[in-house]
Design a protein around this ligand. Sequence first.
Ligand SMILES: Cc1ncc(COP(=O)(O)O)c(C=O)c1O
Length: 475
Amino acid sequence: MSVSRYQQLAQTLRRQIDAQVWLPGDKLPSLRESCKQSGLSLMTVLQAYQLLESQGDIVSRPQSGYYVAPRQQVRRNHRTPQSLHTAEQIDVNDAIFDILKAAQDPDIVPLGSAFPDPTLFPQPRLARSLASAVRRMSAHSATANLPPGNEELRRCIAQRYAQQGIEVAPDEIVITSGAMESLGLSLQVLTEPGDWVAIESPAFYGALQAIERRQLKAVAIPTDAGEGINLDALEEALETYPIKACWLMANFQNPLGCSLSVEKKQRLVAILQQHNVALIEDDVYAELYFSADRPMPLKMSDHRQQILHCSSFSKCLAPGFRVGWVAAGQYAERIQRLQLMSTLSASVPVQLALADFLQQGGYDTHLRRIRRQLEQRQMAMYHAICSLFPVSVSVVLPDGGYFLWLDLGEQVDAVRLYQRALAKGVSIAPGTLFAVEDRYRHCIRLNTSFEWDSRCEQAIKLLAELVADEVKRAD
Ligand SMILES: Cc1ncc(COP(=O)(O)O)c(C=O)c1O
């Protein structure tokens, strides 16, 4: 059987990928460059790339080009937990506190931290907005900006929803002290102590802590680093337990980095509607996407006003400002009452400063720059991991955010690795932080937001050596 030219080119490229000429995550030569090298037509080269894409060898990133597909080992899928796990009492590990403390120590490379590199943000411009906000503040500002929060800021946020085709009125938005408060208030409004909630496994440890504080029972739904939440398992949970609310991330999940496909998002919302269960959508990383378009939130399909969409400026603009919000729809007023009974309101000058920045500070220009930087830094760390870590380690490359989730293999104890690495000045987040059950003891989450300099490179080298040593010890 004769092989056509595009198939020949695809075979050549696949051989090169197998021989590690191109590593997972590498950008392949552009179509134009490939035409020049091979002497083939643009159409033939495109066909070859599309063939490799259809076979899962490469992936395309709109307006960026073609990349070698992330290394996903079959073994990883075997380890994705399939069964539901329930916890009647949640008791989150003290290690969370230790890791947050380590993030404050300038001598530690904070790869375990959830905070983005602070140098990524437009500090001088934010300082100008803050100074001007303080100058413009009137004697009545403190009371005028009580819940639901500064009107201009809520309007700016509503406009950003509108740009995505999502109808959220400024009155449905409540400004909070970071997403942590909006998520906690949402949980409070939807549940009573002793109720059941569905969460992902693994999940953001802030969710586990909030559930613990509210004395709720949790059903943990298996979630895969490539595919996201297992919807069959979610359906099973909704049929088995009297679940009052779900708390999920559809975009750049923490800690896995995964996002749900459009179809999966639609099915997820349909399942929740069918069971009449409200959703707390944690979407704090949504602005940090690397593809051409912003990923849609589940809120997009919220025709029954059952989704409380929580986000903040902490990851994408101003980490220290502690300003977040919830688009709470019908629950907005009850959330305001709860806030008035607890923290009262988010800081007024900071709300005014953010409104000023969103109106004239060049937010979108900043976002375009930070996305580019984060993508480059993620790629650099990913490459280093692929070339330095034992081949048994698997890692999936997310399309946004700044986390990499590594499955180190059953032989590696991530808690011991954490202790050994910390003793040498590198913090990592062991998988045990992200679940109530002991399922992720062989996994770690790394923060990729830091500049790829020799300090970061040395940290990854050290981790690679420690992992190799752990594997050797177990053999
Ligand atoms: C998934 C997730 N949700 C919420 C938060 C809290 O956000 P904020 O700092 O705005 O309170 C974080 C911070 O790490 C997070 O990772």
